[in-house]
Design a protein around this ligand. Structure first.
Ligand code: PMP
Length: 389
């Protein structure tokens, strides 16, 4: 009897070992499977067994719904990596950073302003900011698109802004600063999901008013749904905590327990092993991809420069989580379809801002098989350039 192979898998045949040539290279989602081999090497120390009677109740007894031990490990982790200041700051936990993004927008907007706050983000931006802000249809805030459009407008003087600043940016890996910095009524939410040494040099510890991090891109456990926000202002912290209370009554204790276990393993050797492991993979993938497309006239990649990293104490070559690929030919306006026809599934550039259909985001953080197939397909299509009909 034929075995049933995983329907997402590129393998078939009697024992699921035959590669199916028609299978598309999956460069779409940001699942960080590149860290799976690390956790296989640490299978025992990262394993968790939870007895049925353990921590059954709601976690509101400590008001903030958060495990003090996990909070203190998060503070230690940031100080070891040097990527964020936590001293004197409040910490709020969320079901992934996704929940915290809207909690922060809500906390930074005002309940009694006559006009809604304008939520903005510089193009290209992570699509969830727009989708989530629009979904909630609040009278306190409204999504207004590209932050750069508001930078020098005289009409913006009386407006209130909430700017999402993603650094490093998803999709292009650039370290960013707030565009509306200096505007008297602009507040910012700094999304530092990728500000870890696998993906980015760490020039200095981040020190902004509202900073958001996630375990999804730190340890790769996106399915655990755990993120945290580091907050300077007490009133903002209180509003975010109220949001968490009303939205989900805190973060699953099981997720907190798993996050604690994983962070303990990360910290075992001063966080050296996981970041060296992760960085080497990401650097190698970027180097191979850049080399493959270096002579291409049809496709180009974002430009990233080597930069000093205080965690590694050296200048480091780029190692971004995503490639922001551009189709350069006039006729390749729908870049997603061009790649799709070549057996590559990316993410449409148009989702990251208007008129970006010439771009496709390619995820580089998936498994080695996914990356190898992506590279193979890109080599093929860029190798065919001269043979264009
Ligand atoms: N911010 C950015 C920039 C992201 O890319 C992602 C995930 N792709 C998130 C936030 C959400 O991550 P999570 O909810 O898994 O913490």
């Amino acid at each position: 009897k034929e075995p049933i192979c995983d329907c997402n898998s590129c393998y078939g045949g009697p024992d699921c070992s035959l590669f199916l040539p028609a299978c598309p290279a999956n460069a779409d989602s940001g699942d960080p499977y590149f860290l799976e081999p690390f956790w296989m090497q640490h299978a025992t120390s990262s394993a968790l067994v939870v007895a049925g009677w353990h921590r059954m109740g709601y976690s509101y007894s400590d008001h903030s719904f958060i495990s003090p031990e996990l909070e203190s490990h998060i503070r230690t982790l940031h100080s070891v990596v040097g990527n964020a200041i936590t001293a004197g700051r409040y910490i709020v936990f969320g079901a992934g950073s996704t929940q915290l993004l809207n909690a922060a927008v809500n906390a930074l907007s005002s309940d009694n302003s006559s006009t809604p706050a304008s939520v903005v983000a510089l193009f290209p931006y992570y699509p969830v900011y727009k989708l989530q802000t629009e979904l909630f249809q609040s009278k306190n805030y409204r999504f207004e698109g590209d932050a750069s459009l508001w930078e020098n407008r005289t009409s913006n003087a009386t407006m209130n802004f909430i700017e999402f600043v993603t650094s490093p940016n998803n999709p292009d890996g650039q370290l960013r600063k707030a565009v509306l910095h200096g505007h008297p009524n602009a507040k910012a939410i700094h999304d530092h999901a990728y500000y870890w040494p696998h993906f980015s040099p760490i020039p200095t510890p981040a020190d902004e008013d509202v900073m958001i991090f996630t375990i999804s891109k730190l340890t790769g456990h996106a399915g655990a749904r755990f993120g945290w926000a580091i907050i300077k202002d007490e009133a903002v912290y209180e509003r975010m905590t109220t949001y968490m209370t009303l939205n989900t009554f805190g973060v699953s204790r099981d997720s907190q327990l798993r996050a604690l276990k994983l962070i303990k393993v990360v910290l075992e050797d001063g966080a050296r092993e996981i970041f060296e492991f992760g960085y080497e993979i990401m650097r190698d993938r970027w180097e191979k991809l850049s080399k493959t497309l270096s002579t291409s006239k049809r496709f180009s990649l974002q430009k990233l420069a080597p930069q000093y990293c205080s965690f590694s104490q050296k200048v480091r070559a780029p190692s971004p989580a995503y490639a922001w690929l551009k189709c350069e030919r006039e006729e390749d306006r729908d870049c997603y379809s061009v790649l799709e026809a070549a057996g590559i599934t990316g993410r449409e550039g148009g989702l990251f801002g208007a008129e970006l259909d010439r771009y496709v985001r390619l995820s580089l953080i998936r498994s080695q098989d996914d990356f190898d197939l992506l590279l193979h397909r890109l080599r093929k299509i860029s190798g065919e350039e001269g043979a264009k009909p």
